[in-house]
Design a protein around this ligand. Structure first.
Ligand SMILES: O=C(O)COP(=O)(O)O
Ligand SMILES: [Mg+2]
Length: 226
């Protein structure tokens, strides 16, 4: 029988990356004479990767953004972000213990994120977490990304898992919509990056700490979804 799999979102779910994403975003926006974004703005702009974050910051400040300028600012963002990995980013409380529990219980684990794959692999490596994951799939790994459910189902296949025996953990509407479209139960953490409470997006379950996330719980969610 295929081993069950638990798939995690990265930013705002496994790792608190907000300070570094915000620093790199503001580094990039400064080159475009935009006002710096604050924490509240960041929560509204994040979730679909750096390119969309830059675009949303411009829209919010009523600034036009042509394609070449968009490319230039994205490159500035990525160069700054890449150079500073892992920066101040750290796993949320209880993450490492939860990964150990799922590993001991025989689960496959994977990451499905709208960060670029190279930055995701580098960040997870710098935090010493690579050994847990059978696959780390970013927004550029496939020709589609969350909320397209194939980003999740192809991540599961790449990790040698089965979408019928899978659970997703995320922090945003993007993650919840993705998992629901794939028919996969989804646990939402309530401490990540969203400007509306995750409850509003109707995940299977909301948790406030990784200590709550156990293989028993995952097994129940997978069984209930069948
Ligand atoms: O960086 C982003 O915009 C989103 O990243 P996530 O999918 O890991 O939350
Ligand atoms: Mg996230």
């Amino acid at each position: 029988m295929t081993r069950p799999i638990i798939v995690f979102d990265l930013d705002g779910t496994l790792v608190d990356t907000a300070p570094d994403l915000l620093d790199s975003l503001n580094h990039s926006l400064a080159a475009s004479d935009l006002a710096a974004v604050d924490e509240a703005g960041f929560r509204r702009f994040v979730g679909h990767g750096g390119r969309v974050m830059i675009e949303r910051a411009h829209t919010a400040q009523n600034k036009a953004l042509v394609a070449e300028e968009h490319d230039r600012l994205l490159q500035l963002f990525l160069d700054h972000y890449t150079l500073n990995i892992p920066g101040k980013s750290r796993p949320y409380p209880g993450v490492v213990a939860a990964l150990d529990r799922f590993q001991a219980a025989g689960y496959l684990m994977a990451v499905c994120t709208n960060k670029y794959e190279a930055n995701s692999v580098a960040l997870i490596g710098a935090l010493g977490l690579s050994k847990y994951f059978a696959a780390i799939c970013g927004q550029d790994t496939f020709a589609f990304r969350k909320p397209d459910p194939r980003h999740l189902t192809e991540t599961i296949r790449l990790a040698s898992g089965d979408p019928e025996s899978a659970v997703m953990v995320g922090d945003s509407q993007t993650d919840i919509d993705t998992a629901k479209a794939a028919g996969i139960p989804v646990v939402a953490v309530d401490f990540g990056y969203t400007d509306r409470h995750v409850r509003e997006f109707e995940p299977t379950l909301v948790i406030s700490h990784f200590d709550t996330l156990t293989p028993d719980l995952a097994e129940r969610l997978i069984a209930a979804a069948r």
